[in-house]
Design a protein around this ligand. Sequence first.
Ligand code: ZN
Length: 450
Amino acid sequence: MPGDVLFYLGGAKLFYQKEIETMSRKDIEDLQLRKLRWMVDYCYNNVPFYHERLGQAGITSGGKIKTLSDIQYIPCTTKDDIRDNYPFGLLAVPMKKIVRIHASSGTTGKPTVGAYTQEDLDVWSDLVARVAVAGGATEDDIFQISFGYGLFTGALGLHYGLEKIGATVIPASSGNTNKQLMMFRDFGVTGLVATPSYALYLGEMVRESGFPMSAYKLRLGLLGSEGCTNSMRTQIERSLNIFVTDNYGMTELTGPGVAGECELRQGLHFAEDHFLPEIIDKDTMEQKGPGEPGELVVTTLSRYGMPVLRYRTKDITSITYEPCACGRTHARMQKVMGRTDDMLIIKGVNVFPSQIESALVGMEGVGPHYQLVVRRRNFLDNLEVKVELLNADLLESYGALETLQRKIHDRLKSVLGLDTRVTLAEPKSLERFQGKAKRVLDLRNEPEEK
Ligand code: ZN
């Protein structure tokens, strides 16, 4: 294993880079300020886009940054800025220094590109290794990576990070579920990397595989690339008999490994030596205090190929700087509550799909699969929540169906403060997802149904 040592501190408390992960808050902030100043100089001198933006803001050198909070005077970078400079306009190095390109598929238009130097890839693997070890992975584990490979950062990111800690990696990619289960059994797979939605589906298939649970040696899940409520996580853990941790990242910032949960699962530890996170009000752009929810904005502190200053992630969360009982001192962000652009505004009420998911999962008689359909009728929005039944027998009794429907309606009303139309679907009738789930169908711009 190159360079780093795994520290065993009693029980299962593990660190990948203990000295960095347990630095004092003062040392972290000193390091961040030093790196931020360097980063401003680096961007100003090497990226024409930032030269212009920083120049307009009067920040023509890193020396203008006196304290960490001065970061608020640096203009934010948005996804549109990255798209406008597609594909390589934001590179800070000549193309020959770039050794890898990734891209995230956007729902519209051109993909968002990430370009990496060799140093960037080395740091990235370390970051993923930290998250993997924090989530309980060791060199004895055999990990099946059931993320789709390709331009997407998830699969190769976890792949290199897990190899770095000495775990065995099976690049299964997504799809072909029977083969996934066969490899689980035949290769003695102990760890799964997948999206929560795919893990949920694999769990269903494991139950139906006809093999006893003892045929599966799974124990850990490093899930990511989409949100996962605690209740859905519990469901995944039960069905696959694994312990699940969540990790966070995006192509614009590197990929997975920007933040990740430790085994205590009290928030995701940010890799603060490589990233400077802030929470802002998405409308006024003002910085929020610790614990206050808002939009996450992140500055890369050591990315050479494609550095980014104050990237607006559109993810809504909050950050705490209290040290964690695991020993790590790096700030923790709460699970992402939703994305500013996933937020549905229905009859003036803000609704996040994750709120509906939390309300549904764990309710008796219904499964974790759901779909939201938003329509506009007579100029009024209405939200239909399609929920899948666990047991087809219920379809035989109109009375029981009606009772369940009312129960779900009332529960959603108390969580959302909104009347919804609840429809119950037959077991296994709603779509299953192998990548990121698409659970919202917004038909408000379609012609009205007659
Ligand atoms: Zn912790």
